[in-house]
Design a protein around this ligand. Structure first.
Ligand code: A2P
Length: 291
C-alpha cells in the first residue's frame, strides 16, 4: 500500500512517512536512501545541512530508479547560517550537495534566541519559496511563541513545524496551535531517538522501543514496537520520519499500513506522556548561533 499524503499550505503534498538520516555518514545515508527508495517504497527523505550527509542523499537520488520529482526531499538551514544573505548562500550550498535544483521542503533547523536574525532568515526562506527552488518552507523546533512571531510578521506562514514528538512528549500545545494556523506538524525522534540521544540537560536516552506498554501492544498485533510507534504518529495525523540505516528496519518501518491501533492501545500509549525529552528545549538551544 502507498503512503498517505498530506496537503501543505503551499498547495504541495507531503508523504506522511519518510526516512530520517540524522547521525548517518554519507556512505550509510547513500545506501539507506537508495534502499529505501528502490526496495522499500519510500518517497520522502529528511536530511539537514547539519547532518553532514546531504551528499549521500544526493548520490542516492541520482542513482535511484525513481525520478527526482517522485521523491519528496527535505533539508534544513543550520543555526550558523541564520540571517538573510547567509541563508541564501547556505541554501545554494545545500542544493549543490544534494545535486538538485530544488527541494520539496526547506526548514529553519532551530529558532535561536535572536528574534531579529530569525525574522531575516524567514525573509530569505520566503524569497526561496517565491523563486520555486523550495516547493514549501517551514521551521523546526518552534514553540507557539516562535510561530506567533511569523504570524505577526504577516506574509508567508510555515508549511511545517518539525518538533521532537513521541508518546513521552506528545506536544499537545504545539499541535493545537499549528492546527489552528494550518501548519502541519512533523515528529522528529519519533521512535524516542537514537541510542546516543539524551543530549539536553533534562533529557533522557531512548526507552520507548523497549517500553513494556509499547511491547505489549506490539505483541497484541504481532508487530514490532517501532511499528506501533509509527502507527501512533500516523493515526495522530502527524508526519513521521523514523531513522534507520538497516535495511530490515527500513522495510519494517514502512510496513505499517495493514493494521491499526485501537482505542485501548491509544489509551495505554497516552499514559506514557511524562514530558521528558531526548533533545533540548528550543528556548535553551543556541548551538552554533552567529551571536
Ligand atoms: P538504526 O539506524 O541503527 O536502525 P528516531 O526516533 O530518531 O527515528 O531513532 C530511531 C532509532 O531507532 C535509531 O537509532 C535506529 O537505529 C533505531 N531504529 C529504527 N528503526 C528501528 C526498528 N524498526 N527497530 C528497532 N530500532 C530501530
Amino acid at each position: 500500500m502507498t503512503t498517505p499524503e498530506i496537503t501543505l499550505n503551499s498547495g504541495t503534498t507531503i508523504p506522511q512517512l519518510g526516512l530520517g538520516v540524522w547521525q548517518a555518514t554519507n556512505d550509510e545515508t547513500e545506501r539507506a536512501v537508495r534502499y529505501a527508495i528502490d526496495e522499500a517504497g519510500y518517497r520522502h527523505i529528511d536530511t539537514a545541512a547539519a547532518y553532514g550527509n546531504e551528499e549521500g542523499v544526493g548520490r542516492a537520488l541520482a542513482s535511484a530508479s525513481v525520478p527526482r520529482e517522485d521523491v519528496f526531499v527535505t533539508t534544513k538551514l543550520w543555526n550558523a547560517d541564520q540571517g538573510y544573505e547567509q541563508a541564501l548562500q547556505a541554501f545554494d550550498a545545500s542544493m549543490k550537495k544534494l545535486g538538485t535544483d530544488y527541494v520539496d521542503l526547506y526548514l529553519i533547523h532551530w529558532p535561536l534566541q535572536n528574534r531579529e536574525r530569525l525574522l531575516r532568515t524567514w525573509d530569505a526562506l520566503e524569497k526561496i519559496a517565491e523563486s520555486g527552488r523550495a516547493k514549501a518552507v517551514g521551521v523546526c523546533n518552534f514553540e507557539p511563541h516562535h510561530l506567533q512571531l511569523l504570524i505577526d510578521r504577516g506574509g508567508m506562514l510555515p508549511a511545517v513545524d518539525q518538533v521532537e514528538l513521541h508518546p513521552h512528549l506528545p506536544q499537545n500545545e504545539i499541535r493545537e496551535f499549528a492546527n489552528e494556523h494550518g501548519i502541519v506538524v512533523e515528529s522528529w525522534s519519533p521512535l524516542g531517538g537514537t541510542s546516543n540521544s539524551g543530549w539536553g540537560p533534562n533529557s533522557k536516552p531512548n526507552t520507548l522501543l523497549v517500553d513494556p506498554i509499547v511491547t505489549r501492544i506490539a505483541d497484541r498485533h504481532s508487530k514490532s514496537p517501532a511499528q506501533v510507534l509509527i502507527r501512533w504518529h500516523l493515526q495522530n495525523g502527524l508526519v513521521v520520519i523514523p531513522k534507520s540505516v538497516h535495511e530490515e528496519r527500513i522495510s519494517q518501518n514502512i510496513d505499517v499500513f495493514d493494521f491499526e491501533l485501537d482505542d485501548l492501545d491509544l489509551s495505554e500509549l497516552a499514559t506514557l506522556d511524562d514530558g521528558v525529552r531526548v533533545g533540548m528545549h528550543p528556548d535553551e538551544m543556541n548551538m552554533g548561533a552567529p551571536d
